[in-house]
Write a protein that binds this ligand. Structure first.
Ligand code: BES
Ligand code: ZN
Length: 458
């Protein structure tokens, strides 16, 4: 077996400098003012695919942000691996909570801090460097490669699903490889075998035709802020369960084997409590924290807005109120059914005298892996070679909405090998990538691009 260790060590300073260049591009997908940066992000990826040894690359326009496609064919009869990742990032705000500016990558204590450092630019970059490491050393990549790096993951992959189905022949593959998840603990490499789905909505409650003096009118009108509060309170019961009829009917029960697997993980509730910085952990009664995070669906308010929220006081009854509410879904819930049942329940909970409008934003289906597939063995071997310990199989509470669509479109399994560490601040101020994980991850992936071919050939 080839040893990529010394060449990676030699090239690492250059790899890091390149990654910093990528991280300087503020490719925030949700912000229309960043359209130029999104385009720069796409071009950067396409240029660096070529540098890594991918001969064909293309920046493909969509109705939203561009998709970068790369192709390297070795043989029509060889198996095909599709790499998926994203070059878009979440907004950086509140910027004043960052130690250094979010788009000026800085290294401190073995970590690289920047928006996108780990989610997902850093992890995409690890793949490009793993491919470059093999190809520049003349070590074969024995599979046909298709690379699909999109710019809309953080806004629900709006245009990717259609792109995949319209190009299903061109992108046909035997496995989909993704690094956009994390490790359970430092030094414990991980393969993610399940993701939650998501439904994201906005509830708007309208009352009087304009704001009113709270003395002149308070007591005689329906206050939309109070109405929204009672709707939100009514959506959950005292055991932390959603009160939407049928919500739990299709939730797959955790098996004894899965529960035993969870118990083997180095889980410490106190550390979790300290990580989130609350006096107590919350959630659905009757389940452990990991079950709540990975095997149970949620219903959470993500944002609230109504009335006077400035400094001091203003005696006013608001004319409207708004809440952003998300539900994280688990197998076998379906986003389309959940959103219908949610809307019906909200309308049922609304008191007379207000008008309720619900907007639907992105949605995505939950996903769970078939871990019997031989590519899981290839990943375990590659991770063990680089990290010196075999990987744990974990799930994630987060969502990558397109994963289920990949499996459905190509009838090919997805393999999720991720390198974010706990506490890495993805989506938050001071997001960081651990540079020793970056280094070992590149090595693991360089091995994986060989091993996966052997397993797929059977
Ligand atoms: N990299 C994450 C997915 C993830 C989240 C993995 C948490 C591991 C732990 C991904 O980029 C992401 O944030 N997805 C969004 C999807 C949403 C915007 C549709 C998410 O989960 O919030
Ligand atoms: Zn993300």
């Amino acid at each position: 077996m080839s040893d990529f260790s010394s060449s990676i060590d030699r090239d690492l300073p250059r790899f890091r400098a390149e990654l910093c260049e990528f991280l300087r591009i503020p490719s925030i997908s949700t912000d229309p003012e960043r359209a130029g940066a999104i385009r720069d992000g796409a071009t950067w990826v396409s240029d660096h695919m070529r540098q890594a040894g991918i001969p064909e690359t293309e920046v493909i326009e969509t109705e939203g942000h561009p998709i970068v496609l790369g192709e390297r064919m070795v043989d029509d009869d060889a198996p095909t691996v599709l790499l998926y990742g994203h070059y878009d990032v979440q907004p950086s705000e509140p910027d004043d909570l960052w130690t250094a500016p979010p788009f000026e990558p800085t290294e401190r204590d073995g970590r690289l801090y920047a928006r996108g450092a780990v989610d997902d630019k850093g992890q995409v970059h690890m793949h490009l460097k793993a491919l470059e490491t093999r190809l520049s050393a003349g070590v074969d990549v024995p599979v046909n490669l298709k690379l699909v790096i999109e710019g809309e993951e953080e806004i629900g992959s709006r245009n990717l699903g259609q792109f995949l189905s319209e190009n299903s022949e061109r992108l046909a593959c035997d496995a989909v490889l993704i690094s956009d998840t994390g490790m359970f603990a430092p030094d414990l490499p991980c393969i993610t075998t399940g993701l939650r789905g998501i439904v994201y909505t906005e509830i708007n409650v309208y009352g009087p035709s304009s704001d009113l003096h709270s003395g002149s009118f308070g007591g005689a009108v329906v206050n939309p802020a109070n109405a929204l509060a009672s709707i939100l309170a009514g959506l959950k019961d005292e055991d932390g369960r959603a009160t939407i009829p049928g919500y739990y009917d299709s939730v797959r029960a955790i098996t004894d084997r899965e529960r035993a697997d969870l118990e083997r993980l180095p889980m410490d509730e106190e550390i979790l409590r300290q990580t989130v910085g609350s006096s107590e952990l919350g959630g659905e009664k009757g389940f452990s924290p990991l079950e709540r995070l990975w095997y149970r669906p949620t219903l959470d308010v993500n944002g609230l807005l109504s009335g006077f929220t400035g400094e001091g006081s203003k005696t006013v009854l608001p004319s409207k109120a708004m809440a952003k509410v998300s539900m994280r879904l688990v197998p076998d819930q379906q986003a389309s059914q959940v959103v219908e049942a949610f809307e019906a329940r909200v309308k049922e909970l609304a008191p007379p005298g207000v008008r309720v409008e619900i907007r639907r934003f992105h949605g995505g289906e939950p996903w769970v892996a078939d871990t019997e597939h031989p590519i899981f063995e290839a990943a375990s071997e590659a991770l063990e070679t680089a990290f010196g310990t075999p990987p744990a199989f974990i799930r994630e509470g987060g969502s990558i909405p397109i994963v289920q669509s990949f499996e459905d479109t190509f009838a090919a399994p997805a393999l999720l090998v991720g390198f974010a560490l706990p506490g890495c601040n993805a989506h938050a101020p001071d997001e960081w990538l651990d540079l020793s994980v970056y280094r070992r991850g590149i090595e693991a992936l360089a091995h994986l691009y060989g091993g996966i071919g052997d397993k797929l050939k059977g």
